[in-house]
Unconditional design. Sequence first.
Lengths: 220, 386
Amino acid sequence: MKAAVKTNFRGMRALVVLGNDSNRLALASVLGKLGLDVQLHDPHDAGVQTALEKCDVVLLDADVNLEVLSEPNALPDVPCIALIGTETPSQLARVVRQGCISHILKPVRSSGVFTALLLAVNEHEKRQKIAREMAVLRQRLAGRREVTAAILKLMMADGIDQDAAYERLRVEAMNRRMPIEELAREYLACDARAQGGGRRPRIKADDTAKKLSTNRRLRQ
Amino acid sequence: MKATLEIGIVVSTSGSYGEIGQAICAGAELAIAEVNADSRAKVSLRPVVMDPGGVPASYADAAKDLLTGSGLTQVLGCYTSSSRKEVLPLFEKYDALLWYPSHYEGFETSDNVIYTGAAPNQHVVPLARHLLDNHGNRGWFVGSNYVWAWENNRILRESLTEVGGTILGERYFPVGETDFSALVEQIVQDRPDFVFNTLIGESCYEFLRLLRAEAVASGFDQPRRLPVASCSLSEAELPLIGDAAAGHLSSSVYFSTVDSPENARFTAQWDGRYSHLGRACADGEAAYIAVHLLAMAVEKAGSTGLSEVREAARGLRFAAPQGLVTVDPDNLHCSMRPRIGRSTADGTFEILCEESSPVRPDPYLVWASAKQKDGRLGPDHLRSVS
């Protein structure tokens, strides 16, 4: 199902890092009307760092080069909106490095703020989802060698083909509700310990597990 | 000695929505006449009228003429959102004030605009709630293909899906389209609980006529069993629909049938001078309010300077025909009382329910939702008046 686009930002904590000028005034006013809790900070305020940890969206002056904020991972994992006055490549490169996903041009007008916020929040959500999926895939990829090794071991131990070996691993992993990579690792470790002891591998040789759904297994 | 302030009026009294433009002008004229006749008033108003003929690009030319050529700072004007978007940058650039006399779909605020018509939480959201509470949650959406219809349908769609309702059909047509015979057949066959109508102008009138005819042919009571609801149908349009004008729901902060001494005075004057435009309507009343608020702001500021007038306008209260109207100091929209009316054969609306008190404007719909009863701003105290 497609996730709904978020259009209401009531109660979100916005951190505005911008000098005290008419832009900041205009910005704070619109953000307030949109129902956000706004916190204003001058870029050179000592409190910026702590404030960064307690916000849900950052609006950052792109015309001030803040060393602390240019470090990798200096900004928290929240949507970041650049406030842009000068469009020079050097400044815009910094905007890219800081991971800003939306922007507002100066002078700040009341129109445009809602759009920038909506794009930033929704795009950030999408990115977070992708990052989570990527972490899962990375984990899978990292376990690929063990899965291959486990399949080979099973094939040799029980004289079955690779499909049957994989299927046995998959079913067992499902029944025990664990990732197949983890099961493979466990199987290999157990097998290593068992070497010389003649112990049977923990993977069931018969295919009873295959016929049973995970729910039926709970009732056994 | 009274100071004279020139007020620009940029309204399309000709073109595809000329009737509404004429009603806006009528409301403004009535208020200007009242202000100028008031011997205690410290300002008299002189209108400078422009007719962009319903062409969006002409609005910018007209506004530029008034703001730079004539050096005006106060303009009443625009009906459609597209025309307002066209002139808004000019009002910001030359720092002037636009008094916008129409309800609209929201999602805008500007320090250069005072909005005297309903914001979406004052007409769209109350209508969604009324439909869900009284008619059911199976809707058919029909609209003209532009922002007004899209946004209103989005609000209603979200309200419906929130309570597990369904949308049986959703169709958009070009402005001016009148070929709806297949559509009405489909709708009558689907038998939704209601039709939500965001068609405008002639499309709207023809759709209402055809749907009524189809229902009569199928032998059922369309107003009762398949009501058509909209947020824009007004008294100015009822005479244009003909026989099928009665029995449609409309959500508005003003109907000519509001019972108040202010409205009795207003409608008496309207009927005396503008009966050819139909009965008094929401857009005419919004223009009337705008002009009065401007005169009051000038009076309060003791100056015709722009920033003084704007500051004076914040929080201003006016006993309007619809009841007490207050300019929200924060977003420059107005607190108003949502009402739901049902059209009658004599060109008016019977008021079915209304808020017990004015509702604060919420142009970005931050607080209001049709389902959630939000004590602060949501239109949660609709009561029956019959």
